[in-house]
Ligand binder design. Structure first.
Ligand code: 1HE
Length: 268
């Protein structure tokens, strides 16, 4: 798969703990620190941030997965041993900035989860737009037992997915949820057999990449904001973004295609 120069420059700029491949208009980004169970140190978090800042505009969707037996063991615990308040605060804010680049970036992101998806690993997964879990995936927030607290946006994103009560249970009691529970609770959108996650993630990313870019932008960057607005404000912003999308040439072409019997039908 030949990469354009912007894509190969981006791949080469990554730290050794991250690798990127390109397959047409999708990128496949891998956490590549299996010896440390893809624990997230500053290098990986900054590498993720820079990857999403520099993502070329012809990349239409991203798949994020992890090498080895686990998606991610969360925060690299060796990086927090001697921090004071100010350093800890900025460390956490650094994760927020990086994960916001994923959540509100240029392209929708599909994560593929397997093995441990714990602490900051779960926070990272929750910053992506679609989660595919393999049966081996399990979810935990062991911060309580480490004497720390989530710092990668987990308090904001995880309750939106599973509710505050379940997150409290995970943090207070160390409760671990398996892949079936995670699917039922809404952590994952898709549940597949072990070894099938990456193929499913790539297939979904390719499907997402076929959508009009402006619609994907509205879904990832505007919908989550509207969902937090009051009702009246939500309706106004929805009407604005819907009008912006439908007045785009791409929408006009796709609507014409359907009316002239060229566009895809919605079939099961
Ligand atoms: C690590 C980390 C890590 C593994 N930081 N080094 N996260 C946790 O509390 C989870 C901690 N990790 C584990 O519970 C286990 O490692 C796993 C269940 C994920 C995997 O177990 P296993 O048996 O496959 O691997 P292992 O033998 O425990 O670990 C292999 C190596 O990875 C070992 O290093 P080695 O030099 O002895 O080979 C481990 O020390 C290392 N390793 N996990 C550093 N997390 C923004 S705030 C977010 C807050 C959090 O994320 S808190 C949750 C932290």
């Amino acid at each position: 798969m030949p990469a354009t120069s912007a894509k190969s420059r981006l791949a080469q700029s990554l730290p050794s703990s991250l690798t990127a491949e390109f397959d047409g208009d999708i990128a496949i980004l891998k956490l590549a620190r299996p010896d440390k169970r893809n624990a997230l140190n500053n290098e990986i978090v900054r590498g993720l941030e820079n990857f999403f800042i520099d993502l070329p505009s012809d990349v239409k969707a991203v798949v994020l997965h992890g090498e080895g037996e686990h998606f991610s063991a969360g925060l690299d615990l060796s990086s927090l041993t001697e921090t004071d308040f100010t350093e800890g605060y900025h460390h956490s804010r650094g994760w927020h900035y990086a994960f916001e680049r994923i959540e509100f970036g240029r392209a929708p992101v599909v994560s593929v989860l397997h093995g441990a998806v714990v602490g900051g690993g779960l926070e990272l997964a929750c910053a992506t737009h679609i989660r595919v879990a393999e049966k081996s995936a399990y979810y935990a927030l062991p911060e309580g037992s480490r004497g720390i607290y989530v710092g990668g946006g987990g308090s904001v994103r995880i309750p939106r997915l599973i509710g505050t009560a379940k997150m409290m249970d995970m943090m207070l009691t160390g409760r671990i949820f398996g892949a079936d529970d995670g699917q039922q609770m809404g952590i994952s959108n898709y549940l597949v057999e072990n070894g099938e996650g990456l193929a499913k993630g790539i297939a979904l990313a390719k499907r997402i990449a076929e959508n009009a870019p402006l619609t994907n932008f509205a879904i990832t960057n505007v919908l989550p904001r509207i969902a937090e607005f009051d009702t009246a404000g939500g309706y106004v912003v929805e009407s604005i973004i819907s009008s912006v999308a439908s007045s785009d040439d791409e929408a006009k072409k796709r609507l014409r295609d359907f009316l002239e019997k060229r566009g895809p039908k919605v079939v099961r």
